[in-house]
Design a protein around this ligand. Structure first.
Ligand SMILES: Cc1cc2nc3c(=O)[nH]c(=O)nc-3n(C[C@H](O)[C@H](O)[C@H](O)COP(=O)(O)OP(=O)(O)OC[C@H]3O[C@@H](n4cnc5c(N)ncnc54)[C@H](O)[C@@H]3O)c2cc1C
Length: 477
């Protein structure tokens, strides 16, 4: 089936839901697709089920999480077509208003197709990889993965476990577990750049919501007796069939202790494969140490008809994502003639002010938790970088220095690096940091993987069921 709509939104997180509500309220015919079984995105993951079946967990997960319940209810009750469990694997941009774009997705084992006049990519963030020796051992997860199973299934770690890395999510996950009566053996903080963050402190202090929340988390963890070790270096995970020990240096002392599980985290970066696959122009964001799509003040990308909102356009946090979703929806509603340009500008005042407030906190947080170069590009030759194709740091360095491999796309030809099922999502930033370090050039000079659709696995059988006219040139006729 090929369904026409005004606007297709990929992602039902704060950005996607806010955009859908704003657009639908202005008469735009909206379809929202999300691969998750329920709306909410990363922050409000599973909120409906938690509210229904585990209400006590709302307290453990905290007020920011619980606030998602009303938001998701409003989304459900609005005139929005929501396709849950729909994995979007390819988007073609609309040529013009008379010729809409094409969007392909997989849902309930079948493929589907939309013809939207506008597309909003609101695919959110993913965790930045933290490639240290032993990070691929069973029993080692990211904090985000740990939090995902906690939110979605109510499962908490068992045995002796440690959280290591940096960033607000590390502290938040630890506090959520403490509230549930599960105490980490320690938090090992690898990055805390007071000096670099200091010049941004005055602006950060204009956002009390953020610093109060940060201080409250630290106080909560201290009161619970969770040891917080700062400036940890030389982090190594040892094990055989699973992780058994964690080794690290702190205050000039080397510690090696038993562990059953380890949770790693060093911030979040845009989840960009869909945006990259459409060839949207990207820029390097040095403060966030990641690429982000080039967008105007409405979230309009370099490709006509394609907008990006939320963390997918550069990390702005949940409330910032909400504001960018509303702004993009207003621009789309005006583009489609549902509101006037004057109406758009007038209605944009509130979300624009909201966004500015949340953006004010970013420079401080970005500088405070910016990982040092050795956490971004592993120094140990044996450390795994591309988990799908099992390519290690030493091999990547060797290919750059001995074979003069200049960038990530050539690295694909040399070593199949980034060509596995995740299509470079997990290794992309590590590979470009490693190549840039070896070549002694900035990351933007190295570039990023050329991502091609499908961005999610599809079978030949799926493709064969599509009702798509075949272009003669595509089959060599
Ligand atoms: C693992 C993780 C946990 C986090 N937990 C918290 C937290 O507890 N508190 C907090 O303040 N911040 C948290 N964050 C940060 C948080 O993501 C945001 O600030 C906020 O959720 C961003 O909103 P968003 O709408 O931009 O994206 P998201 O909320 O991430 O929503 C994006 C949605 O897009 C969907 N999607 C992505 N690709 C596709 C595709 N190809 N097809 C279909 N659907 C797709 C995803 O399933 C997801 O639901 C977390 C981030 C991560 C990575």
């Amino acid at each position: 089936m090929n369904q026409a709509c005004d606007l297709a939104i990929i992602g039902a997180g704060p950005a996607g839901m806010a955009a859908a509500l704003t657009a639908a309220n202005r008469g735009v015919n909206v379809v929202v697709l999300d691969e998750q079984p329920e709306p909410g995105g990363q922050i409000y993951r599973g909120i409906e089920r938690v509210e229904r079946t585990r209400a006590r967990h709302l307290e453990w997960l905290g007020p920011d999480y619980a606030a998602g319940a009303n938001f998701v209810r409003a989304f459900r009750n609005a005139k929005i077509e929501y396709l849950d469990g729909a994995q979007v694997w390819q988007i073609e941009a609309p040529a013009n208003d008379a010729s809409p774009g094409r969007l392909f997705y997989k849902r309930n084992g079948a493929v589907g197709q939309l013809s939207p006049r506008r597309v909003l990519i609101a695919t959110g963030a993913m965790e930045r990889p933290m490639p240290i020796p032993g990070w691929t051992l069973p029993g080692v997860l990211t904090c985000g993965a740990g939090q995902t199973v906690f939110k979605a299934n109510g499962l908490a770690p068992q045995g002796r476990f440690v959280l290591a890395g940096c960033g607000p999510l590390l502290l938040l996950y630890a506090a959520q577990l403490v509230r549930a009566g599960v105490k980490p053996a320690a938090i090992l903080e690898t990055t805390f750049n007071h000096g670099a963050a200091l010049p941004h402190a005055w602006k950060f202090f204009t956002t009390p919501e953020y610093w109060r929340k940060g201080l409250a988390l630290l106080r909560e963890l201290k009161a619970a007796g969770v040891p917080l070790r700062k400036n940890v270096t030389q982090l190594v995970l040892h094990g055989d069939a699973r992780v058994r020990e964690i080794e690290y240096q702190c205050g000039g002392k080397t510690t090696r202790e038993p562990v059953d599980q380890v949770f790693l985290h060093q911030g979040v970066v845009p989840n960009g494969n869909l945006a990259w696959s459409m060839n949207l122009a990207h820029a390097w964001d040095d403060a966030q140490r990641s690429f982000r799509p080039r967008l105007d003040e409405w979230g309009r990308s370099s490709t006509p008809g394609i907008f990006v909102a939320g963390d997918a356009g550069g990390i702005v946090g949940a409330k910032g994502a909400h504001a960018t979703g509303r702004l993009a929806a207003l621009a789309i509603a005006a583009d489609l003639g549902k509101i006037t340009i004057e109406g758009r500008d007038q209605q944009a005042r509130t979300p624009r002010a909201e966004l500015a407030k949340h953006q004010a906190a970013r420079p401080f947080l970005d500088a405070l938790y910016r990982p040092a170069p050795h956490w971004l590009a592993p120094q140990e030759a044996d450390t795994m970088v591309c988990r799908c194709e099992e390519i290690r740091a030493g091999e990547i360095r060797r290919l750059v220095t001995e074979q003069l491999c200049p960038g990530p796309n050539q690295m694909k030809s040399f070593a199949r690096c980034g060509m596995g099922p995740c299509q470079g999502r997990l290794c992309g930033l590590t590979v470009v940091e490693l190549i840039a370090q070896c070549r002694g050039v900035p990351v933007p000079e190295v570039g990023y993987y050329r991502i091609r659709p499908p961005v999610k696995p599809v079978t030949m059988g799926d493709l064969a069921t599509l009702d798509v006219p075949v272009r003669p040139d595509a089959v060599g006729l």
